[in-house]
Design a protein around this ligand. Sequence first.
Ligand code: TXA
Ligand code: MG
Length: 365
Amino acid sequence: KTLQWEVDGNHPRENDLDEAAELLRTGGTVAFPTETVYGLGADARRTEAVERIFEAKGRPSDNPLIVHISDRAQLEELTAPLEGSSALLAAKLMDRFWPGPLTIVLPAKPGAVSPRVTAGLATVAVRMPAHPVALRLLAASGCPLAAPSANRSGRPSPTLASHVRDDLSGLIDGIVDGGAAGVGLESTVVEVDGDAVRILRPGGVTAEALREVAARVEYDAVAEPGAGIAAAAAAPAAAKAEAPRSPGMKYAHYAPQGEMRLVRGEQDAVEAYIAAKVRAAKERGERTGVLAFAEHAARYEADCVLVVGSLAQLDTAAQGLYHALREFDRQGVQRIWAETCPETGIGHALMNRLSKAAGHNVIRV
Ligand code: TXA
Ligand code: MG
């Protein structure tokens, strides 16, 4: 049975989270809101607890989990010190971006967390979330919490408690409903290398923001701008050649059940292409969908036209993406065409997730 609690996301009251914290202390699994997406938490030190996360999600066991903390003092318990300029840069990143959507891969202190959390790596990914409920729950439980996104593996990440219920009801011990998550996309995962920050997974903290703190910002091949949305022929050869440094990047995440394609090019050409495809698919009796920016949505005539957000305010598109992907499934859409946006700011993470959802199926018109 899955317990549920409704709390005020901005101001959880003192005792609201007592039961959830107690469940976590005793080895349970509890989903809770963060400022990125909902996470499914368990005590990172207890292997039986962490195993229940993998079971509930159906997650491949070689994909390590992020450990969440509410206090920088917990780092000492979880990680081994970095050296020299790496240590200085890591501290600067924490000063600037914690609490917030930045996950930093650090040397693990041997034996500190379950080997199931690190999937056998010598490193551990740590983040301090900037959500009042998450911070409260972390502090009240007194545990470092391993918490992947609270979705069934392969489904879009949850940005609402109802998404968590749809995927995991009956499979986990509790759900804290604190309203909509913030950013709508997961945290940025980075590693620190001397005076360089390397982005392993683009996310809520943009490359532009990292550049304000780090002398150099680099990308793991799979995380490069364009890696996902280059036309199929030019697909990221580098990305395929080498295993991504963030193991989760190799999985085809976030996919809706319908077949999705991204369409890039001049806006007029994009609209004409999609209109023709929608017409042909409707003639074949297929249920069609278009994922469009607010500025263009009225121009499409598919069975299900969803607005991802505004092109002029890409933050809104980040917030709307996963809900829209789930909505296509709910409406039984079989074929989906999606518009694209520039990969600047949060647009980089947005296109990374969208192109994964489309299986890197990109059409240039
Ligand atoms: O915003 C987020 O990060 C959300 C919320 C719940 O905090 N969590 C999340 O977790 O997205 P998950 O498990 O869906 O993604 C974790 C990512 C994966 O790509 C995983 O491979 C990577 O972090 N990761 C974890 N530990 C790592 C490590 N030691 N080295 C490299 N990558 C690691
Ligand atoms: Mg995930």
